[in-house]
Write a protein that binds this ligand. Structure first.
Ligand code: ADP
Ligand code: MG
Length: 496
């Protein structure tokens, strides 16, 4: 009996000993993996760094590319497209106008009644319709028919006071947020798609022609009076309310900028010099790239696997379509190489674009002590549960690294424009204000991104110059802007 007890004790002790060794080994393995994970995050942080010196180099490169793109067609990655808008709204615009804003994720239809001098927008109605993802890669007929149908429905709901005058055709400003080579204020050919769209039969074609055919097919009697890029629309909308607006930047699904240029500074412009002496330029800055951009392995892989490899590199580091996806790629590497979410890689983590920027933003803004928003996003998006608090903290850090890099690079882009216009320094005796109209879902809703962008721009400019530069949120300025440009190019203007 005694013997047996002794034996049992010995066996028990051996097991306990083996168990302890096992626990120790597990702990060591865990800490080795954690160390590996921290190494990956540290490297990410270093590669994404955007010290002011680097941002100045980016701004300088942006200004150089602007010059090159204005000098000649194809002279730069920046297309610097001529918008044919040489007269921004004065405030005297009057009448009922429609706008259609095709951006990326959604499109908006809008009608406004402009009251004329000093009366502003007296009435407006709008509707937002989401674009089914399958239409983003369908035929142009399918996409434009879908839009025309929605417009037809919207027209049928005109309320009191928002009908066109008798014998007047409805007029539309069409905001189309993709690179277009304009041939006049109301026509232009699509250069290429961006932001996840890929409708091959539209490239190289007149987008207004496509829209007009769809309107005809769907029984909508409407004239397309102005074709504008969303940045140009935002600039026009911004100028309507504030005379000091000189540029517009969109931070939404994609990113882009437009600004007012002296006509004589556009060597590639061969038309008559506009009376105003000015021309709005659609930079298509999303396609900017420079050796100064802090690219990582995640950006390179994202680009290679995208619909438009080699293009829109700046946009892919900054804008709403991509930020969440970059974070997903980092998390995926952590899972694969450092077992960050356990011994197996959660399968959903491998699905591209499953983590949207709004998800990322929600995690980044999580202020709860146990980071429960992060936990719930991980559960909802990837099916991951049981993460430790310190792992969730790391995820917040990753969101911060990626969002801050995007925000700093956007600030550098804005500095580039100010440099090109020589508004990045103070001129003796001048007290000129420069207002930049900002719009887009990323800017509007991602508070940490927006704050970081504004703070960085201030730092880059210094206190004194910062006093003269204003970032103004132009809420849905592009829609109103397109309607305003339709008004200033109305077919009925000449008659009055
Ligand atoms: P578009 O650029 O398609 O014209 P928006 O300007 O409305 O449309 O921007 C929509 C984009 O803004 C979304 O694709 C998303 O990336 C981003 N966004 C929207 N809401 C948020 C949010 N809460 N946090 C972060 N990003 C957001
Ligand atoms: Mg938009």
């Amino acid at each position: 009996m005694k013997k047996v007890v002794v034996a049992a004790v010995v066996v028990g002790a051996a097991a306990a000993c083996g168990g302890a060794a096992y626990v120790v080994r597990r702990r060591m393995e865990k800490s080795r993996k954690w160390g590996k994970a921290m190494g990956i995050v540290k490297e990410l942080d270093e590669k994404c760094a955007t010290p002011l010196g680097k941002l100045r180099q980016v701004a300088d490169a942006m200004a150089v590319e602007m010059h090159a793109g204005l000098a000649s067609e194809g002279g730069s990655k920046l297309k610097m497209l001529i918008s044919f808008v040489d007269n921004l709204p004065s405030g005297d615009e009057e009448g009922l106008f429609y706008a259609l804003d095709l951006g990326g994720t959604n499109f908006r239809v809008l009608r406004v009644k402009l009251g004329g001098t000093d009366r502003g927008v007296v009435q407006q109605e709008f509707e937002e319709v989401s674009i089914p993802p399958e239409l983003m890669v369908a035929t142009s007929e399918e996409l434009f028919d879908y839009i025309a149908e929605a417009l037809a429905k919207f027209v049928s709901t005109e309320s009191e006071g928002l009908h066109p005058e008798p014998n007047k055709q409805r007029e539309l400003g069409f905001t189309f947020s993709f690179p277009v080579r304009q041939t006049s204020i109301s026509s232009g050919t699509l250069i290429r798609w961006t932001k996840g769209f890929d409708i091959k039969d539209a490239v190289g074609k007149d987008v207004v022609g496509k829209l007009i055919s769809a309107l005809e097919r769907n029984g909508v009697d409407m004239r397309v009076t102005a074709l504008v890029n969303d940045t140009v629309g935002t600039l026009a909308g911004g100028r309507y309310y504030n005379n000091d607006v000189i540029a517009a930047v969109i931070l939404g699904t994609g990113t882009n900028a437009a600004y007012v240029e002296r006509a004589t500074a556009i060597p590639k412009w061969h038309g008559p010099l506009p009376k105003s002496g000015e021309m709005v330029i659609n930079m298509e800055w999303g396609n900017f790239r420079s050796s100064h951009l802090p690219l990582t392995e995640y950006d390179v892989a994202l680009d290679e696997e995208s619909l438009n490899p080699g293009e829109q590199i700046y946009e892919k580091m900054i804008s709403g379509l991509y930020l969440g996806e970059i974070v997903r790629r980092v998390l995926c590497k952590l899972a694969e190489e450092a077992c960050f979410f356990g011994d197996t890689v959660p399968s959903k983590l491998k699905t591209s674009f499953i983590l949207s920027t709004p998800h990322m933003s929600a995690m980044h803004h999580d202020t709860s002590p146990d980071l429960k928003v992060v936990a719930s996003k991980l559960k909802d998006v990837f099916g991951i549960s049981n993460t430790s608090l310190r792992a969730r903290k790391v995820i917040v850090d990753i969101c911060d690294i990626i969002a801050s890099r995007g925000a700093c690079l956007s600030a550098a882009g804005i500095l580039g424009i100010l440099k090109k216009l020589a508004r990045d320094t103070l001129k003796q005796g001048e007290n000129q204000k420069s207002v930049i109209a900002l719009d887009g879902g990323l800017f509007e809703h991602y508070t940490k991104f927006r704050d970081c962008m504004e703070d960085t721009l201030k730092e880059l400019l210094g206190d004194e110059v910062s006093e003269t530069i204003v970032i103004e949120h132009s809420n849905d300025g592009s829609g109103i802007g397109a309607a305003l440009l339709a008004a200033s190019h109305s077919q009925y203007l000449a008659e009055e």
